[in-house]
Design a protein around this ligand. Structure first.
Ligand code: SF4
Ligand code: FES
Length: 364
C-alpha cells in the first residue's frame, strides 16, 4: 500500500474528566483517569509532530477540555505551529476571562454543546444543575470575544420534539453553524440506545424540520445534519474513511483511527510515547487494518460505492455483528440491514428505560 496523505485534522482528547454526565457520550465505557493523562510538554511535542506532518486543524476535546489548566498554553503552542485550533466544549466551566485568554492565545473557533432548548430537560440529560443557563452565558462571551460559534445539538427521542426551538436558539445565540446530530451508538451511547432511538416517524418529522429551516435560514445559519444509522439506507463514510483524514489521540496518548476504535478488541494501538505520530499514521497496525479497500468483504469490495462510504463504520459493524470487518449493517445491501431496522423500531416503540449516566468510576 502506498504512503497515505497526511491527516487533515487531529482530535486531541485532552481528558476524559467532565462535569456533565451525558448518557449519549461517545467516550469509551472504560474512561481514562486524570493520573494517566499526557502532560503539557508531551502534548506540545505531539502538536509539533502533527504540524510537521502537514495536519491543518486541531480540535481540543474530551471529556471536557477546559478542565485542563494548560489549555491556553496548548492553544498558543498549536497556533505558533500554524495549526487552526477549535475548542469542543460543554462550556459550564468557562468564564469570560478564560474565553478572552483562549482567544488571545489564538483559538479560532468554539463548538458549544447543548442538550436541549428547554432548561429542565437539558439539565436532566446532562446530569448537571444550572448547566443550560450557564451555556447561554458562555455563548454570549464567545461571540463577544469575536470567536465564531457552532452550536452542537445531539438529538434523540427525548428532545427531538424541540428541534424547531433548538434551531431558533442557535439563531438567537448568533451561531454561524448548528450541528444537529442524532445519537451515534458507540461507547456510553450504546449502553443507552433504547433510551434514545427515535421512531421512524420522529426521524422523518425532524428531517423535514431541518430541510425547512435550511431554506428559511440561508445566509444566517448553516445546519449540518447527521441521521441515525439504524434508519439509513446507505452507511456514512465514517471519519471520511478509516485512516484517510483523521486521527484521534486519547488522554493517555493512544493514537486511534476514530474516537470509538477502542471498542474493537482485536485492534492494538500505538501511543505517542512509543512512536512518532507520523510513523503511527503511516504504519501502525490499527491504521493499516481497515485503510483503503483491500480489507473489505466481497460485498463491499465489488461495490461501486466502496470509495464513497469506505464500507461504512467499523465500530458499528463490530457493535452490531461482532466482526469489525463486516459490511456496516446500516447498508441496505447487508443481509443484516432489515434486522437492524426492526431492532430500532422495536426499541423506539417501547417506553424508554432510565439513563445510565456517564461517570468516571463506573455506571450510575
Ligand atoms: Fe458501502 Fe459496502 Fe454497502 Fe457498497 S456494500 S454501499 S461499499 S457498505
Ligand atoms: Fe469508529 Fe465509525 S466510529 S469507524
Amino acid at each position: 500500500m502506498s504512503a497515505p496523505d497526511p491527516p487533515l485534522a487531529v482530535l486531541a482528547e485532552l481528558t476524559h474528566r467532565c462535569p456533565l454526565q451525558c448518557p449519549y457520550c461517545s467516550n469509551p465505557v472504560d474512561l481514562e483517569r486524570a493520573s494517566s493523562e499526557l502532560d503539557t510538554a508531551t502534548w506540545c511535542r505531539v502538536l509539533d509532530e502533527a504540524a510537521e506532518m502537514g495536519v491543518l486543524q486541531v480540535h481540543f476535546s474530551g471529556g471536557e477540555p477546559t478542565v485542563r489548566k494548560d489549555l491556553e498554553e496548548l492553544v498558543r503552542h498549536a497556533t505558533r505551529g500554524g495549526l487552526y485550533s477549535n475548542l469542543i466544549t460543554a462550556g459550564v466551566l468557562l468564564d469570560e476571562a478564560r474565553i478572552e485568554a483562549l482567544a488571545a492565545a489564538g483559538l479560532e473557533h468554539v463548538q458549544l454543546s447543548f442538550q436541549d432548548s428547554e432548561a429542565a430537560n437539558a439539565n436532566r440529560i446532562g446530569g448537571f444543575r444550572g448547566g443550560h443557563q450557564k451555556k447561554h452565558q458562555v455563548a454570549r462571551w464567545v461571540r463577544k470575544a469575536g470567536l465564531p460559534l457552532t452550536v452542537n445539538a445531539v438529538v434523540h427521542r427525548q428532545n427531538l420534539d424541540h428541534l424547531e426551538d433548538i434551531i431558533e436558539m442557535a439563531v438567537a445565540l448568533d451561531a454561524e453553524r448548528l450541528e444537529v446530530a442524532h445519537v451515534q451508538y458507540y461507547g456510553w451511547a450504546l449502553k443507552n440506545r433504547a433510551a434514545f432511538l427515535p421512531t421512524r416517524a420522529q426521524l422523518d418529522a425532524a428531517t423535514a424540520v431541518v430541510a425547512a429551516a435550511r431554506e428559511r435560514l440561508k445566509g444566517t445559519l448553516v445546519i449540518d445534519y447527521v441521521v441515525p444509522d439504524y434508519y439509513a439506507r446507505w452507511p456514512k463514510a465514517c471519519m471520511g474513511g478509516w485512516g484517510r483524514h483523521f486521527l484521534n489521540i486519547t488522554p493517555a496518548g493512544k493514537v486511534l483511527p476514530c474516537h470509538a476504535a477502542e471498542s474493537i478488541p482485536s485492534l492494538r494501538f500505538d501511543t505517542v510515547a512509543e512512536r512518532p505520530l507520523a510513523e503511527i499514521w503511516a504504519q501502525s497496525e490499527a491504521f493499516q487494518r481497515f485503510r483503503g479497500t483491500d480489507w473489505m468483504p466481497e460485498l463491499c469490495h465489488s461495490c461501486a460505492r466502496r470509495e464513497i462510504d469506505w464500507g461504512g463504520c467499523r465500530c458499528q459493524a463490530f457493535a452490531l455483528t461482532g466482526d469489525a470487518a463486516n459490511t456496516d449493517p446500516a447498508c441496505q445491501l447487508s443481509s443484516l440491514h432489515e434486522g437492524v431496522y426492526a431492532l430500532a423500531e422495536r426499541e423506539a416503540g417501547a417506553p424508554p428505560p432510565a439513563f445510565t449516566y456517564r461517570r468516571i468510576g463506573g455506571a450510575a
